[in-house]
Design a protein around this ligand. Structure first.
Ligand SMILES: Cc1cc2nc3c(=O)[nH]c(=O)nc-3n(C[C@H](O)[C@H](O)[C@H](O)COP(=O)(O)OP(=O)(O)OC[C@H]3O[C@@H](n4cnc5c(N)ncnc54)[C@H](O)[C@@H]3O)c2cc1C
Length: 606
């Protein structure tokens, strides 16, 4: 497996890998990672789909990418997904999956056309004091000290951030800034999470920084991600003969391990309480999703809180990883991620409402009428209540959000980053609340008069969902906690999903799961085509300079005179001026003394 950029490899088709006709594949998990592994086996590996089996604990595919209408309680999504242009492996795959909406188009074509015609942007990214827009809503409000901390973190070596929290590397001024408000509610990260992950995000998403205050540049599907991505994807795989075995929990994978060779030799599972197993040969490839943000998620309804189920039982994805990890240190340390429930729990809720008071308040706050937005979003990404104790953000993406939705229904989604804290209106933790109580807290922050909250909350349907392991991947970690996608000396197996280690990319993204699936297939089959490298905006001076200006709230870069003179009449000086709003610059040439001084200081800085 190797990485490539540019379009030479992107458009090339690899030759059929040697020996692929003798191989079969067993995939654990039909979430994005497992579906990606299956799809790359078929497309790039040219494996006959009939030789591929995908096991999943649930009754349908998609994992975290869900969206369902329950007959009694209504619509439910556990999560909603912001995408962006540079999810290189995801889009590489989606160009090959036929759309089920637009004849002759791919899922990528459909998504691309949609987001070109209807680009996302928010008219109100955050509010405070029950509905007031935050002041300076387009500013990052990073103090000089906070800027220094951010810049230092972005270039700190990974090993110096092992096992550190965000709060270990930034101070209160940083955490009080609007940059952090936008960041934490865009990426669901809080101060107890991994400083290393924050650094990776800062580097991976340099090109996204300029749109953080209004979410321009973020893209969304037409419907929920189950209907827009998973349904066509599974249909394509089934069309290639891939077998899906649902309601089946893989409990263990056993390995023969000798010096220089690791071979998966048996896979064991439970289907509806009945044990099953298969012995494997070296021609049987095993792709294992280890860990999941939606493991043990529980659903409540308007009148019932969701259970908070944290037990790791046999057949759990964590129990599977534990069984695997026992067999070799290079298979990772699952307990690093699945034992700190307090810091990994988040909670979401799906709210459905009709025309009337809720819609009126939403229009007031989001600046768009949800009912005239047919086919369009009304928040344009997350809208955050700055002073919410639960740290609520919510959104209203393109409506209808479900194909089955009636014209008089709108579906919105809420997330709380601190669900164990009492609310500002409802005096108990979000985790203990019914849907109606969560709706009350939501309406309170929207500015609905207190006397009306109770009545209006009854008019919506709110389905809560607890996610005890939602951000387990954000827990502080060090090298070796996550196994490599293909560990050293592995002959016929790979780890995929959010807990497998690949370089430079960021977890809590759809791209990460797809990337691990692609890297796994390309490595095990030795596919002769590059895996697209992680987008390199951190190596692009233009992106770095313009994002620095945004982080400084538009303040032009102020270079001390010797540097300015040194940069004059150079390509770098022109770049800084063009992208960084450096003021004019004096074209007089630098004196020899100043040049020596500037070069010495610049060298020290670098
Ligand atoms: C609330 C929320 C918001 C998100 N927001 C964004 C966003 O804005 N942008 C973005 O890019 N990404 C976002 N994500 C992340 C993204 O959706 C996930 O990272 C991705 O879908 C994970 O895919 P996966 O295949 O790795 O894991 P999962 O989707 O979790 O799949 C794991 C699968 O394994 C199955 N399973 C469990 N145990 C077993 C077993 N023993 N045997 C067999 N099968 C088993 C499960 O049923 C599941 O289907 C969000 C996720 C959540 C939860």
């Amino acid at each position: 497996m190797y990485y490539s950029g540019g379009n030479y490899e992107a458009f090339a088709r690899p030759r059929k890998p040697k020996g692929v006709d003798e191989k079969s594949a067993y995939i654990v998990g039909a979430g994005l990672a497992g579906l990606a592994a299956a799809a790359f086996l078929v497309r790039d590996g040219q494996m006959d789909g009939r030789r591929i089996t995908v096991f999943d604990a649930a009754k349908l595919a998609g994992g975290a990418m869900d969206g369902i209408k329950h007959s009694e309680t209504g619509y439910r999504i556990r999560g909603d997904r912001e995408q962006e242009d540079h999810m290189e492996c995801l889009w590489d795959l989606m160009r090959s999956i036929p759309s089920i909406e637009v004849e002759g188009a791919s899922v990528l074509d459909e998504f691309y056309w949609l987001n070109k015609e209807d680009p996302t942007y928010s008219l109100r990214r955050a509010t405070r004091n029950r509905g007031e827009p935050i002041p300076m809503a387009d500013k990052m409000t990073l103090s000089p000290q906070a800027l220094r901390e951010l810049a230092t973190l972005a270039i700190t070596r990974d090993e110096d951030l092992y096992d550190k929290r965000v709060s270990d590397v930034v101070g209160q001024e940083f955490l009080d800034s609007d940059f952090w408000l936008f960041f934490k509610t865009m990426f669901a990260m809080i101060p107890c999470h991994s400083a290393l992950e924050l650094k990776l995000y800062l580097n991976r998403f340099v090109h996204v920084i300029s749109g953080m205050h209004d979410l321009s540049g973020i893209t969304f599907t037409r419907y929920n991600q189950y209907e827009s991505f998973i349904v066509p994807w599974v249909k394509w795989l089934e069309g290639h003969g891939v077998t899906f075995v649902y309601d089946t929990r893989v409990t263990d994978v056993l390995f023969d391990i000798t010096a220089g060779r690791k071979v998966a030799r048996r896979i064991e599972w439970l289907t509806a309480g009945k044990r099953g197993a298969r012995d494997l040969t070296e021609n049987d490839l095993v792709f294992m999703t280890i860990g999941s943000p939606v493991e043990n998620s529980s659903r409540g309804d308007q009148h019932t809180p969701a259970k908070f189920d944290t037990e790791i039982r046999e057949g759990s994805i964590w129990a599977l990883w534990r069984n695997i990890a026992k067999q070799h240190p290079s298979f990772g340390r699952p307990d690093k991620f699945c034992t700190n429930i307090h810091d990994s729990t988040q909670m979401t809720a799906t709210v459905t409402f009709g025309p009337g008071k809720v819609a009126d308040y939403i229009q007031k706050i989001s600046q768009r009428d949800p009912f005239v937005r047919n086919g369009h979003f009304f928040t344009g990404g997350n809208l955050t209540f700055r002073d919410s104790a639960w740290s609520i953000s919510w959104n209203g993406e393109r409506q209808p959000h479900f194909k089955a939705q009636r014209p008089d229904e709108v579906v919105s989604w809420i997330i709380g980053l601190f669900p164990d804290k009492p609310g500002n209106f409802v005096p108990k933790p979000m985790l203990e609340c019914t849907g109606e109580e969560i709706a009350q807290e939501w309406l309170y922050h929207m500015g609905v008069p207190v006397a009306e909250i109770g009545k209006i909350a009854k008019s919506v349907s709110c389905n809560p969902c607890t996610l005890p392991f939602c951000v387990a991947f954000f827990l502080p970690r060090r090298a070796g906690d996550r196994p490599a996608v293909v560990p050293e000396h592995a002959v016929n197996f790979a780890f995929i999903g959010q807990f497998a280690e690949t370089v430079r990319d960021c977890i809590y993204t759809t791209e990460y799961s797809v990337r691990t699936g692609m890297e796994a297939v390309h490595t095990l089959l030795d596919v002769q085509r590059g895996v697209p490298e992680v987008w390199g905006s951190k190596y692009d001076l233009r992106a770095l300079i313009s994002s620095a200006v945004v982080l400084r709230d538009g303040q032009a870069l102020e270079l001390p005179e010797p540097y300015r003179k040194l940069l004059d009449r150079t390509d770098i000086g022109d770049l800084v001026r063009q992208w960084g709003q450096l003021p004019g610059g004096d074209p007089t040439s630098i004196s020899p003394e100043d040049r020596v001084l500037a070069e010495r200081e610049l060298g020290t800085l670098v």
